[in-house]
Design a binder for this molecule. Structure first.
Ligand code: FAD
Ligand code: NAI
Length: 468
C-alpha cells in the first residue's frame, strides 16, 4: 500500500526543507523527497559554496594588498587549490548535514529519490532501492531551477562550465571567459580574478547588472572590477567556440562585428530556468507562465487543488530567502492559517567587491510610479569603522517619499552591505520614515552608523559629511 502523508514536499532546497520543517512544526504528517542533496542548490552548489570561496579569495587579496599597509608581513601568500576545495566542501557538508538533522529532529520523513507525479494526489519515487508510490493530501513543489545553456556551449563542467563546474575548480586556471555579467558571472568572476585568473566578461546588455541594481552601485563595482584586472565587454554576444591545445577560441559579436579571444575555460552564466519540464507536471495539467515557472496565487496555490509551488520554480526573484519565506507561507496555509504573500520587498545582495545590496524601489522606479522623492547618500569613506578596516569604497543611498519621508528604497554598495541591508528591509516592511532611522541610536564605531547618517543626509543634516 502507498505511504500516505498530510504534506509531501518535493525538493529539499531552502524552499522545500523549510516548508517541510514548518509543516511538521504545525503538527502535519510530513515527508520530503530529494533526489540529490539535502539543502538543494543553495547549500551544495550555490549560495554557500560560492560565499566560502568568495571570502577565501578576499582574504587572499587582502593578504597581498592590504596586510602590508597594516604592518602585517605575510611572505608570498599562495592558494592551495585542493585545500581550498576541501574547505568549501567541508562548509557545504556541514550545512547539508545540518538540514538532514533538522528534518529528523522535527520528525519529517526523509526520502531520497526522484519524484514524478502519477496523478494529482499520487507520486512515484524512484531510487536505487526501487520505486515506491506515495499519496498525500497536499504536495508542495520546490524542485528549483538549473543553469541555462546557450547553443554551441554545452556544459561539460571541465572546459565549458556552469556555476557548478566553476565552484569545483581545483587547480590554477590561467584565463576564463565569463558569458553573462549578472549575479553569478560577477560573483564567480570576481572570485577567480582575486585568485589570479585573467577574467573577461562578455555581457549582452550595454552595461553590467542592467536594471538589477542601482546605477551608482554599478559604477563602484565596475571601477573595482577594472582594478582587479577584469575585462568587461558589453553589447557582446558569444557566438561559438573552438577547442584549441590550450583551451578555447571563443568568438563573440559586438554590433554584428565578430572578434575572438583565447581562454583556458569558459563559464556560462546567462540565467537559470525552472525545472518545470520534469516531474510530469504537464501530465497532471499544472499551469506555467511564459518563463516556464509554475503559476501560483498569493497563497502559493497552483491551479490544482492541494498542490502548492514555492521557490525558484514559482518564479522570480530566484533567491534562497524568497524560497524559504514562501515555504513557511505554504505550510501555514495548508495548516489552515490565514496567510497570504504580502511582503513589501525582497532584499537582494550581490556578493561582489564591494558587496551590493538593495531593497525597495530605485529612483527610476519611483519616477515611473509618479512618486516624488528625496535622495541622500552617505559614503563609507566618512565612517570610522570602514576606514579602520580599510574598506572605504561605496555608500548607503536612501530614497524616501518627499511628502511624508517614508522610506521607498535603500541601495548599499560597500563593506558588509549584505548584513546592513536587513535594517533597511525592516524599515520598508514597517513603513518607517527617515526620522525613524535617523533618531535610532546606532552603536559606534560600526558600519551600521552609515544607515543612520544616510537617513540624516537625506534629511539634509548628516554630521560627518559637509552638506550644502
Ligand atoms: P533548489 O535549491 O534548486 O532546490 C531544489 C531541490 O529539488 C534540489 O535539491 C533538487 O535536487 C531537488 N529536486 C528537483 N527535482 C526533483 C525531483 N523530481 N524529485 C526529488 N527532488 C528533486 N540565492 C541567494 O539568495 N543568495 C545567494 O548568495 C545565492 N547564491 C547563488 C550562487 C549560485 C552559484 C547559484 C547557482 C545560485 C545562488 N542563489 C543564491 C540562488 C539560490 O540558490 C536559489 O534561489 C535557491 O536555491 C532556490 O531554492 P529552491 O528551494 O527553490 O530550489
Ligand atoms: P542573471 O540573470 O543574474 O544574469 C545573466 C546575465 O547574462 C544578464 O546580465 C544578461 O544580460 C546576460 N546574458 C544573457 N544572455 C546572454 C548571452 N547570450 N551572451 C552574453 N550575455 C548574456 O543570471 P545568473 O548570473 O546566471 O544568475 C541566475 C540567478 O541566480 C540570478 O538571477 C539570481 O536569482 C540567482 N543568484 C543569486 C545570487 C545572490 O543572491 N547573491 C548569486 C548567484 C545567483
Amino acid at each position: 500500500m502507498a505511504k500516505n502523508f498530510d504534506v509531501v514536499v518535493i525538493g529539499a532546497g531552502p524552499g522545500g526543507y523549510v516548508a517541510a520543517i514548518r509543516s511538521a512544526q504545525l503538527g502535519l504528517k510530513t515527508a520530503v523527497i530529494e533526489r540529490e542533496f539535502w539543502g538543494g542548490v543553495c547549500l551544495n552548489v550555490g549560495c554557500i559554496p560560492s560565499k566560502a570561496l568568495i571570502k577565501a579569495s578576499s582574504y587572499f587579496k587582502k593578504a597581498q594588498d592590504f596586510f602590508p599597509e597594516m604592518g602585517i608581513e605575510v611572505k608570498d601568500p599562495k592558494i592551495n587549490h585542493k585545500k581550498l576545495q576541501d574547505y568549501k566542501q567541508g562548509v557545504c557538508d556541514r550545512m547539508s548535514g545540518g538540514v538532514a538533522q533538522l528534518l529528523k529532529g522535527n520528525k519529517v520523513e526523509q526520502i531520497m529519490g526522484e519524484a514524478n507525479f502519477v496523478s494529482k494526489n499520487e507520486i512515484e519515487v524512484s531510487s536505487k532501492s526501487g520505486k515506491e508510490k506515495i499519496t498525500a493530501k497536499n504536495f508542495i513543489i520546490a524542485t528549483g531551477s538549473r543553469p541555462i545553456e546557450i547553443p554551441g556551449f554545452s556544459f561539460d563542467e571541465k572546459g565549458i562550465m556552469s556555476s557548478t563546474g566553476a565552484l569545483a575548480i581545483d587547480k590554477a586556471v590561467k584565463s576564463v571567459a565569463v558569458i553573462g555579467g549578472g549575479y553569478i558571472g560577477l560573483e564567480i568572476g570576481t572570485y577567480l580574478a582575486k585568485i589570479g585568473t585573467e577574467v573577461t566578461v562578455i555581457e549582452a546588455a550595454d552595461g553590467l547588472l542592467k536594471g538589477v541594481v542601482d546605477k551608482d552601485c554599478v559604477q563602484v563595482v565596475s571601477r573595482k572590477l577594472k582594478k582587479l584586472g577584469v575585462k568587461v565587454i558589453t553589447k557582446a554576444f558569444a557566438k561559438s567556440q573552438k577547442k584549441t591545445s590550450k583551451g578555447y577560441e571563443l568568438t563573440y559579436e559586438v554590433d554584428g562585428k565578430a572578434s575572438t579571444i583565447e581562454v583556458e575555460k569558459i563559464l556560462v552564466t546567462v540565467g537559470r530556468k525552472p525545472n518545470s519540464d520534469q516531474l510530469n507536471l504537464k501530465g497532471i495539467g499544472i499551469e506555467l507562465d511564459k518563463q516556464g515557472c509554475i503559476k501560483v496565487n498569493p497563497q502559493m496555490k497552483t491551479n490544482i487543488e492541494g498542490i502548492y509551488a514555492i521557490g525558484d520554480i514559482a518564479g522570480q526573484p530566484m533567491l534562497a530567502h524568497k524560497a524559504s519565506h514562501e515555504g513557511v507561507l505554504a505550510a501555514e496555509v495548508i495548516a489552515g492559517q490565514n496567510r497570504v504573500y504580502d511582503a513589501k520587498t525582497v532584499p537582494a545582495v550581490i556578493f561582489v567587491d564591494p558587496e551590493v545590496a538593495s531593497v525597495g524601489l530605485t529612483e527610476e522606479e519611483c519616477k515611473a510610479q509618479g512618486i516624488e522623492v528625496k535622495v541622500g547618500k552617505f559614503p563609507f569613506g566618512a565612517n570610522g569603522k570602514a576606514v579602520s578596516i580599510g574598506e572605504t569604497d561605496g555608500f548607503v543611498k536612501i530614497i524616501a517619499d518627499k511628502k511624508d519621508h517614508i522610506v521607498k528604497g535603500v541601495h548599499i554598495c560597500g563593506p558588509e552591505a549584505s548584513n546592513l541591508i536587513s535594517e533597511a528591509a525592516l524599515a520598508i516592511e514597517m513603513g518607517a520614515r527617515l526620522e525613524d532611522i535617523a533618531l535610532t541610536i546606532h552603536p559606534h564605531p560600526t558600519l551600521g552608523e552609515t544607515m543612520m547618517e544616510a537617513a540624516e543626509a537625506t534629511l539634509g543634516h548628516a554630521i560627518h559629511i559637509i552638506q550644502k
